[in-house]
Design a binder for this molecule. Structure first.
Ligand code: F6P
Length: 363
């Protein structure tokens, strides 16, 4: 059933409590968690029940939920008060059903058994990649983009990014004062495996002296020159480094990490290596702060709450209209829909021109 005009919506809002649900919709959150996930869930459920008269089922821990048939109730009561809460009430995981023998079939069976008409999958590149494969196999699915890394190409921004940048900016502001007191170089390592958006934004916002991102291999000699020039002005250097940043080939020895279920290397350690190298080459003390999961935890910023809410409303509209195989996205200030294939086709990395803007302030 479709509901397009205001009169119809109002009558559904009034009668939805009495009528049979229109559709039974499953919701899941996959991949690394992200501030704003609960705001999406709340918006989907509030509009889905209140306006359209649907019914919801929560799948626990990403794709593990539909794979194992692990569900939880998801009604208006379950989403009360969750707007400002970080994390996800549904739980998350990096379970990849495509890598599990018969995984897709098991999901299809469990959806059929649970009477699920449609799925809303909230996740990043990996979660939405699975959503796309399920859609190709006949599952009615709509995606919502999520990642603090802001590296999904089909949307201008993802929620969680603004919160992560603000957390990193505040941390870097604090590092400035202690670095100056102790005449140290302080390095702040932030998240970003393949894209340096958090490093770029937080570094620019907090006035970092050097920003290192995965898109541009760094020259350690140049980095040390920036550090030394900064000390000459009696001002301590602050370096912001994305976890996926790496030096020009052959300049420094790097650690390799284990892989997760989607084949991504677990990173972390570039900040520490950089500190050692700077100490060795400049003779100045260098220390590292790794922000890690602090960037993903806690309450979302106002901007992320609004974006996440708008994505949730857009996703339930798409399901209600039967427009499956789509992901909601932000284009300018509008919420639009793109194909799931477009959503996962390419990573959005930092263009050279954006890095050059930041470089003006290095050293
Ligand atoms: O994909 C989001 C992200 O936050 C990355 O920036 C980071 O590399 C990764 O998740 C780490 O996630 P986890 O420690 O949960 O595996």
């Amino acid at each position: 059933m479709r509901c397009v005009d205001t009169a119809c919506r109002t009558s559904l809002a009034v009668y939805s409590l009495m009528e049979e649900p229109v559709m039974r919709i499953g919701v899941l959150t996959g991949g690394g968690d992200c501030p704003g996930l609960n705001a999406v869930i709340r918006a989907v459920v509030r509009k889905g029940i209140g306006v359209y008269g649907h019914e919801f089922v929560g799948f626990r821990d990403g794709w593990r939920g539909p794979l194992e048939g692990d569900t939880m109730p998801l009604d208006i009561q379950a989403v009360r008060g969750i707007l400002p809460r970080g994390g996800t009430i549904l739980g998350s995981s990096r379970t990849n059903p495509i890598k599990i023998d018969g995984g897709v079939d098991r999901i299809k069976e469990n959806l059929a058994e649970g009477g699920i008409d449609a799925l809303i999958a909230i996740g990043g590149e990996d979660t939405l990649g699975v959503a796309k494969q399920l859609f190709d196999r006949g599952v009615k699915v709509v995606g919502v983009p999520k990642t603090i890394d802001n590296d999904l190409n089909a949307t201008d921004y993802t929620f969680g990014f603004d919160t992560a940048v603000n957390i990193a900016m505040e941390a870097i502001d604090r590092l400035h004062t202690t670095a100056e007191s102790h005449h140290r170089a302080l390095i702040c390592e932030v998240m970003g495996r393949h894209a340096g958006w958090i490093a770029l934004y937080a570094g620019m916002a907090a006035g970092a002296n050097v920003i290192l991102i995965p898109e541009k291999p760094f020259d350690i000699e140049k980095v040390c020159a920036y550090v030394e020039s900064r000390f000459k002005t009696r001002y301590a250097p602050i370096l912001v480094v994305a976890e996926g940043a790496h030096p020009l080939e052959g300049q420094m020895e790097l650690q390799s990490g284990e892989l997760d279920a989607f084949g991504h290397v677990r990173l972390g350690g570039i900040g520490e290596m950089l500190a050692k190298e700077i100490e060795k080459r400049t003779g100045k003390e260098a220390r590292t702060t790794v922000l890690g999961h602090i960037q993903r935890g806690g309450t979302p910023s106002a901007s992320d709450r609004v974006l996440a809410t708008r994505f949730g409303l857009g996703a339930i509209d798409a399901v209600n209209e039967g427009d499956f195989g789509k992901m909601v996205a932000l284009r300018g200030t509008d919420i639009i829909r793109v194909g799931l294939d477009e959503a996962t086709a390419e990573l959005k990395t930092v263009p050279v021109s954006r890095y050059e803007e930041a470089e003006v302030f290095f050293g």
